[in-house]
Design a protein around this ligand. Structure first.
Ligand SMILES: [Zn+2]
Length: 207
């Protein structure tokens, strides 16, 4: 990323919305925005190997591993506005597990790119499937999209729910239900979860 060019672009944008880019509060805004953009898109500079970093262990364990309520913050690629919420990840090991702290880091790596929630969900599931070769992977993400809640009064409380189910989580309804029931234990929004891929609201590329 060329910070100078990003700063110039932000200056142009400020002028075009009839603001005065030279007034005190805005003078350093292009610099701050460039810095923020660099951080919010830092996932492009990270790769799977670096994140996983050999934290894969051979174990004699075949029960479901589940990590709930991983906070994530991402930016929608249609409006460059944030969407954020919780990610829940589960997998059924086939003799190999990944260090638990690596899962949130994978979520973070993919979140800090321009995304749509559906692709983000799939990328997390597919990456775990690739690095672990497990019997199955399930990922559920629930998020609030500011491009929806800030722009339309009637959409203020809508959130998007996406899931990616691979292997046993796709083929075996009992495995899938076990995962979803574990998520429901906390109540709240999760009671609305269904095993099918569902998008409540969603960001269907609207203008
Ligand atoms: Zn959007």
């Amino acid at each position: 990323m060329n910070d100078q060019r990003v700063r110039e672009a932000v200056e142009v944008m400020l002028s075009e919305i009839e603001e005065d880019p030279t007034r005190e509060g805005l003078a350093r805004t292009p610099t701050r925005v460039a810095k923020a953009m660099r951080f919010l898109t830092s996932g492009y500079d990270t790769d799977i190997e670096t994140v996983v970093n050999d934290a894969i262990f051979t174990v004699d364990y075949s029960e479901m591993v589940i990590l709930k309520d991983i906070d994530f913050y991402s930016m929608c690629e249609h409006h460059l506005l944030p969407f954020f919420g919780k990610c829940h990840v589960a997998y059924l090991p086939r003799g190999r597990v990944i260090g638990l702290s690596k899962i949130p880091r994978l979520v973070e790596m993919f979140s800090r790119r321009l995304q749509v929630q559906e692709r983000l969900t799939n990328q997390i599931a597919e990456t775990l499937s690739e690095v672990l070769d497990p019997l199955g992977v399930g990922v559920v993400m629930e998020a609030t999209h500011l491009c929806m809640s800030m722009r339309g009064v009637e959409k203020q409380n809508s959130f998007a729910l996406t899931s990616a189910m691979l292997g046993g989580f796709r083929n075996d309804p009992r495995t899938r239900m076990e995962f979803l029931e574990l998520l429901t234990l906390r109540g709240g929004a999760r009671t609305r979860m269904s095993p099918a891929v569902s998008v409540v609201g969603g960001d269907a590329g609207g203008e």
